[in-house]
Ligand binder design. Structure first.
Ligand SMILES: [Zn+2]
Length: 98
């Protein structure tokens, strides 16, 4: 069995194995690359788009200053408005609707 040299079929099989091996390696590389891409997307997804910082801002309705974090938010006309209280927010909404 040994010593008869490579037959045509043996070479074909070896080549097939190499091709599969390279294909598998490429698959692993692509997969790990996809995994990092996916992780990156997840990380940015977990980040809040607009972090509410603890800064003093002005209530657009009553004019009082208060920590933004404690304020009531309202999505109005494409921007986030902050109010010192729900009452101010409700009054603001009522005024805009009137
Ligand atoms: Zn207010």
């Amino acid at each position: 069995m040994f010593g008869r040299g490579w037959t045509k079929d043996d070479r074909f099989l070896i080549r097939l194995l190499i091709i599969f091996g390279l294909g598998y390696l490429a698959y692993r590389v692509v997969r790990s690359w996809m995994a990092t891409q996916f992780l990156d997307k997840q990380q940015t997804k977990n980040q809040k788009p607009q972090p509410i910082e603890d800064i003093m801002i002005k209530d657009p309705y009553c004019g009082a200053y208060f920590p933004q974090r404690q304020g009531e938010t309202l999505r109005y006309d494409g921007q986030d408005l902050f109010f010192c209280s729900k009452e101010c927010r409700d009054k603001f909404i009522k005024e805009k609707q009137a």
